[in-house]
Design a protein around this ligand. Structure first.
Ligand SMILES: [Zn+2]
Length: 410
């Protein structure tokens, strides 16, 4: 086994040009969701299928989700299975083919959909999110095919659609309609991480984005007696939001920061001129709440304050959710997936990994709600969704070695 790992480790180091080739191919096909005025992931999935076929991968199974909004009428979800010595369980690696739009093109130093290479660094929309994970998983499997080494357990590579816009046509669809996973399977989602490669994400906070609409009465600023200042009333509520830190003050060192967070954020424009008292006001609150608390507790506290302000300021305050997701049950720190990752990371990167929680909202929650203990891990520079998104080839090679270590059961 140790010998096999050494051979595989060396082999992955030889794939640098192939890694660039696959990254270039994937980057050249913008896979945007219809919500982002795109035609979906079909072209990119087909290119990936062709590439994998040429390099000896078996044919995939397809779990395509119907979606009338895209030209092909489906959103592609591909599954590649390789049998191991022991077929009782599968090591899964899931990545997504869709990308987010490039945003303001003037902030890019080149075409976002043409791969750019500077030394070990490659640039382009999607190279990190999520082609880093996707390409690592491909080149973790490739040496098993090239060297004809059988993995210990089955390998499952999953390339899904629609991660960036909610996963309804991607892993959400698969989890609802198909029965791919067994309870003992190991599931890794390389779609978040840090530059040290030490953070294994196993938990997330609940998330609530709230819209606060305050209604008073507009009037001339010289005659406040004739109106009701909605902005002044809303500001009282906004100023109270930070008091939540003292009320919901539980700390969990798994998370960074270890507390729940409550922040007034976006403020919509009200009146355009200085000499009018605004009759309407809209601002937003971003809450990231430790799984210990229910989001309904946050709602009630805010509502209580809003009721008080309605009375004293003579306004109406409406609070509504823009986004709301209760945290999924965390993956246990002692789950096998955590242990396997820690051992592989130690072997490849010579660092001690640790479990962490994050501020909320990854696709892992969909698995965790179904009772699958998923870990989210990769070694990345954290440039997802930014202009000039980039990733480093040595980290793709390293992450492929980490996954191969787990496949081999080394
Ligand atoms: Zn992603």
């Amino acid at each position: 086994m140790a010998d096999d790992f050494y051979r595989i480790y060396e082999q992955i180091g030889k794939y640098r040009d192939n890694i660039i080739e696959l990254q270039r191919l994937l980057t050249s096909i913008p896979a945007l969701a219809p919500e982002n005025a795109g035609d979906g992931e079909m072209k990119k999935a087909n290119a990936l299928k062709e590439f994998l076929k040429k390099t000896g991968f078996p044919n995939p199974k397809e779990f395509n989700a119907p979606d009338k909004r895209v030209p092909d009428g489906i959103r592609p979800n591909l599954v590649y299975n390789i049998n191991g010595h022991d077929t009782s369980k599968t090591i899964w690696i899931m990545s997504h083919t869709d990308v987010v739009p490039p945003g303001d093109l003037s902030r890019w130093n080149g075409d976002p959909f043409t791969l750019r290479i500077e030394g070990d660094r490659i640039y382009g929309r999607g190279v990190e999110d999520n082609q880093h994970g996707l390409v690592s998983s491909v080149f973790a499997v490739r040496p098993f095919l090239d060297l004809k080494i059988k993995p210990l357990y089955n390998i499952g590579l999953l390339f899904v659609a629609d991660e960036e816009v909610g996963s309804h046509y991607g892993i959400g669809y698969i989890l609802e309609k198909h029965n791919l996973f067994k309870k003992d399977d190991i599931i890794i989602v390389p779609d978040s991480g840090d530059p040290s490669g030490k953070d294994i994400e196993i938990a997330e906070k609940s998330i609530a984005w709230l819209k606060v609409e305050t209604t008073g009465k507009q009037c001339h600023a010289s005659r406040p007696d004739q109106g009701v200042n909605a902005f002044a009333a809303a500001a009282k509520l906004a100023a109270k939001v930070h008091a939540m830190y003292n009320i919901f003050d539980y700390q969990d060192e798994l998370f960074n920061p270890p507390s729940s967070t409550f922040e007034p954020t976006k403020k919509e424009a009200n009146v355009p001129n200085i000499n009018t008292i605004p009759g309407d006001d809209v601002f937003y609150i971003d809450c990231r709440v430790l799984p210990k608390y229910k989001l309904s507790e946050i709602d009630s506290m805010l509502r209580k304050w809003a009721d008080e302000i309605e009375k004293t300021e003579n306004v109406k305050i409406r609070i509504s959710p823009v986004q709301r997701a209760e945290a999924a049950p965390p993956t246990s720190e002692t789950a096998p997936v955590v242990d396997l990752l820690k051992r592989a990371i130690r072997q490849v990167y010579k660092v001690e990994a640790k479990v962490v929680g994050i501020g909320g909202g990854t696709v892992a929650a969909l698995f965790r709600r179904k009772g699958y203990p998923v870990a989210v891990w990769s070694r990345i520079q954290e440039t997802a969704h930014q202009p000039n998104e980039y990733t480093d080839i040595p980290f793709i090679i390293g992450d492929a070695r980490v996954f191969a270590h787990i496949f081999l059961g080394a």
